[in-house]
Design a protein around this ligand. Structure first.
Ligand code: NAP
Length: 279
């Protein structure tokens, strides 16, 4: 049973030293005058089965789960939120009053909220959506856009089979297209999302010709290092509104903090500055 006054939570992964989550959650603990701490929980591959059941005994209210444990943790919790089940991965665990573990995935919430923060009148059904990439980030983006009412999602990935597998799994508005078609797949789009790692610090820029993209289309990149990827810079220069991945990172943390500490925290300019300083 966790201490009713002192809240303990953390980030479980391998490695975790680079994670911004401690900075985020400890900022909120201080800002809201709470007693508690958010700590690093470095758990090596193969040790998750031992570490997770220990959470309740150690007095934790829960933890975030990151690479490489996000999928393996699914099998180790007692209860799964339906969104996490559909996502096929967990990023948050909440220790229930009886000590059992419930798994959640807030990445999709974080993504949608980041678009709404940038453009409060944004709507998923405003027009076709083009999503590039079919990895872990794409799962959260595609599922949350579909649940939010997107009518057509054009999904393109370097490895077509992976995009097709996602389209088969999620069905509905999601259609997989070959990577070679990515330039044409921008025609008439209301939203373009990059979920590949292309444009991330240390990687080459995404190879994409924006000519067919309407200038009103919102261009979103889930990458946040650098804050402005070559894709976002090119989109901004031709007049498109843009959103980077920082809002997704910050917003996914809010429901977890609420579950552990009972306060739905705000993303203040000061917090943004503190996180940007770590990038
Ligand atoms: P992942 O599962 O490894 O997926 C990587 C994706 O990039 C795959 O679709 C892969 O295509 C594609 N890719 C890799 N090299 C490529 C290339 N040379 N050309 C075209 N596509 C290429 O990784 P992830 O976890 O989804 O992360 C992807 C990005 O999202 C990372 O930059 C990560 O930092 C960011 N991210 C941000 C947040 C946030 O909160 N803002 C959250 C999660 C992730 P193949 O399938 O063909 O390999």
């Amino acid at each position: 049973m966790s201490d009713p006054k002192f809240g303990l939570a953390g980030i479980m992964g391998w490695p975790v030293a680079h994670s911004r989550s401690p900075t985020l959650h400890n900022y909120w603990i201080k800002k809201y005058g709470l007693l508690g701490a958010y700590v690093q929980l470095p758990v090596a591959p193969g040790q998750l089965e031992v570490a997770l059941p220990g959470l309740a005994a150690l007095g934790f209210r829960g933890c975030n789960i990151t690479i490489p444990h996000k999928v393996d943790a699914l099998k180790l919790v007692h209860e799964l939120d339906p969104v996490a089940r559909r996502m096929g991965a967990i990023n948050t665990i909440v220790v229930q009053p009886d000590g059992s573990l419930k798994g959640f995935n807030n990445d999709g919430f974080g993504y949608i909220q980041s678009l709404l923060d940038a453009k409060p009148d944004w709507r998923a059904d405003a027009g076709p959506v083009t999503v590039l990439g079919a990895g872990g980030a794409a799962r959260a983006v595609v599922l949350s856009l579909a649940e939010r009412g997107a009518k057509a999602i054009r999904l393109l990935n370097r490895t077509l089979d992976k995009a097709q597998a996602l389209a088969d799994e999620f069905g509905g508005p999601v259609r997989a297209l070959p990577w070679e078609d990515r330039h044409d797949a921008l025609e008439g789009a209301a939203l373009l999302v990059n979920t590949t790692n292309q444009g991330m610090h240390g990687n080459p820029a995404l190879d994409l010709d924006l000519r067919k993209l309407p200038v009103q289309a919102l261009v979103s990149d889930v990458i946040y290092v650098p804050q402005e990827t070559p894709l976002l810079a090119a989109a901004r220069l031709r007049g498109n509104p843009t959103v980077n991945g920082l809002g997704m990172l910050l917003n996914q943390a809010r429901p977890a903090f609420h579950a552990w500490f009972g306060v739905m925290p705000e993303i203040t300019p000061e917090l943004r500055r503190a996180i940007v300083a770590t990038l």
